[in-house]
Design a protein around this ligand. Structure first.
Ligand SMILES: Cc1ncc(COP(=O)(O)O)c(C=O)c1O
Length: 302
């Protein structure tokens, strides 16, 4: 597999990237991660990294939460990622997984007196779901509050429990509720409803991860379709009566939701607004829409 890693300041084939079993972050979830898409445009013969800077800004925010002293600046992280992607020579859709982590080979539950480091790898990755519309359930697992919803590795155990519960029940994705019972997000995606022709999505104050795809969709909806997004609490019952529903995420892109808790949304079809947003989003991430080309970083020099 043409997959490459950056580990301990060296670029190496992914298969050779290993670290010690005592590494702190493997035990206590003391890491912050990102997921960045590389989208392959066949006509341009180019791999575009989507909203690179925004992903690293979010990573840096997470590092402050975990007191991880990143040995790189924002610009260096972006440049490293372009170099890593170029080394892979990938000519297909890809995914980059950067991780800033407590790298000391030292056990002990703490954040202090530990070294920090940064690793990253890229590998080919196509569609996240093996369906074009997801069947979902509201999960019996609720995510913890108090901890800010940065992409902290340790927080993802609830998401994993929720996802496996859904898949074990023959579904594609779980929708988690906040401890207060409001709709929060999927295990790896934000959620949007179409209500009275407007987009509705849970607010940041509900503790969701502030998705970069969420932000992209809100901007595209407003600028290109004249559709506003209302950020507000969403009740579980509203899910069943939504005109349309879709999930957004770097891995999942915009994935329509066909049903929730065995109730079909919009007859189980892909709704009009969802379809329009999917088309816009797909053009933007493939570098086809000049207006948003700043969001796309080309990997290969021409
Ligand atoms: C829990 C959770 N919510 C939402 C998202 C969507 O975020 P983004 O659009 O930045 O990928 C992700 C994916 O990273 C996630 O893990």
């Amino acid at each position: 597999m043409p997959a490459y890693a950056y580990l301990k300041k060296k670029f190496i084939p992914l298969g050779e990237a290993k670290f010690g079993v005592m590494t702190n972050f493997a035990h206590y979830g003391t890491g912050v991660f990102e997921g960045i898409r590389g989208n392959w445009n066949k006509e341009h013969k180019q791999l575009y990294l989507f909203r690179l800077k925004e992903h690293y800004e979010r990573l840096m925010n997470g590092c402050r939460v975990l007191s991880i002293d990143l040995p790189y600046t924002l610009d260096e992280l972006c440049q490293l990622t372009i170099k890593l992607a170029a080394k892979s020579q990938l000519k297909e859709d890809a995914y980059v997984r950067p991780v800033a982590y407590k790298s000391s080979e030292a056990l002990g539950v703490r954040l202090h007196n530990l070294e920090s480091d940064f690793l990253s790898f890229i590998f080919p990755w196509g569609p996240y779901f093996d369906t074009d519309r997801a069947r979902c359930c509201v999960s019996s697992w609720r995510f913890p509050t108090e901890i800010p919803r940065a992409k902290l590795t340790g927080l993802y155990i609830t998401n994993a429990l929720a996802k496996s519960e859904a898949v074990g029940n023959g579904l594609d994705e779980a929708i988690m509720l906040t401890p207060g019972g409001y709709v929060a997000e999927g295990s790896g995606e934000n959620i949007f409803l179409v209500v009275d022709g407007k987009l509705v999505t849970p607010p940041a104050s509900d503790g969701i991860l502030i998705g970069i795809t969420r932000d992209t969709v809100m901007k595209l909806a407003k600028n290109e379709l004249g559709i506003e997004t209302v950020e507000r609490h969403v009740n579980r019952i509203e899910l069943y009566n939504a005109e349309e529903c879709f999930l957004t995420g770097t891995a999942a892109h915009i994935t329509p939701v066909a049903e929730i808790d065995r109730r079909k949304i919009d007859g189980g079809e892909i709704g009009k607004v969802t379809r329009k947003l999917q088309k816009l989003y797909s053009d933007v991430i493939l570098g086809k829409n000049k207006k948003y080309s700043d969001w796309c970083t080309p990997v290969y020099k021409k």
